[in-house]
Design a protein around this ligand. Structure first.
Ligand code: CTP
Ligand code: MG
Length: 226
């Protein structure tokens, strides 16, 4: 079954605080988006690719796109106000032939190819959805509006999840039709009652959110090059 990849890059990057949207911030001289697409382009088979960019930045010939190599046949569409809206816009642009959809954050620009493969394999093997995850090192608390702790989930049952998140297409479409918003797609699918499995993620896939994360990504690239 053929795979479609939606790369969401339409966020503003308010926590990073750069003068351009986060996906167009440079790492090693090229936009974060360029690094993310390099890996997507290496996926085996012919994955169909949709890039979701900020409205007004959807021309791949534009100056901020310098250094980005779009995978063959990739299209660019404008995103929406929330991440969920951007994913929906990207999914709507996928050809009908895609039976498996991967959603990937451009901000996870160093996520290795092996993780993409793991996610696709888990969905091919029959899962409704599969997401990469890592064990959590901190003890995590739930709190109420006053900051009073309401619970301590058993750490061994927790995973910090990443992207690419993969789903059977009809599962993800149904989840998005619910009209709910969430910070990841698995949450919407879980709410619909479909089972999502966690496969092994990779620390390289940590999301670039703050200026410190960008420095860390640069350090990781430098280390890989030596
Ligand atoms: N994203 C998107 N459309 C949005 C919001 C986010 O396509 N309306 C994308 C971002 O471009 C990013 C991914 O979703 O690749 C993860 O979101 P996040 O890390 O929160 O990025 P931003 O929303 O850009 O950052 P911030 O929340 O700090 O503003
Ligand atoms: Mg955000």
């Amino acid at each position: 079954s053929s795979v479609g990849v939606v790369v969401v890059a339409a966020g503003s990057g308010s926590r990073l605080g750069a003068d351009v949207p986060k996906a167009f911030v440079h790492l090693a001289g090229r936009p974060l988006l360029a690094h993310a697409l390099d890996t997507v382009a290496r996926m085996p088979g012919r994955a169909e690719v949709v890039v979701v960019a900020p409205a007004g930045l959807t021309d791949p010939g534009g100056p901020l796109w310098s250094g980005v190599v779009l995978p063959a046949g990739a299209v660019v569409v404008p995103g929406g106000a929330e991440r969920t809206d951007s994913v929906a816009a990207g999914m709507a642009a996928l050809g009908q032939g895609c039976e498996i959809v991967l959603v990937h954050d451009a901000a996870r620009c160093l996520m290795p190819l092996a993780v993409f493969s793991r996610v696709v394999e888990a969905v091919r093997a029959g899962a409704a959805g599969a997401v990469p995850g890592l064990p959590v090192v901190d003890t995590v608390k739930t709190v109420d509006a006053d900051g009073v702790i309401t619970g301590t989930p058993e750490r061994s049952t927790l995973r910090a999840v990443q992207t690419p998140q993969g789903f059977r297409r009809e599962v993800l479409e149904r989840a998005h039709a619910s009209g709910l918003q969430a910070t990841d797609d698995a949450a919407l699918v879980e709410l619909c009652g479909d089972d999502v499995v966690v496969v092994e993620g990779d620390p390289l896939g940590t999301k670039v959110t703050t200026a410190d994360d960008l420095e860390r990504a640069q350090w990781l690239l430098d280390r890989a090059a030596t």
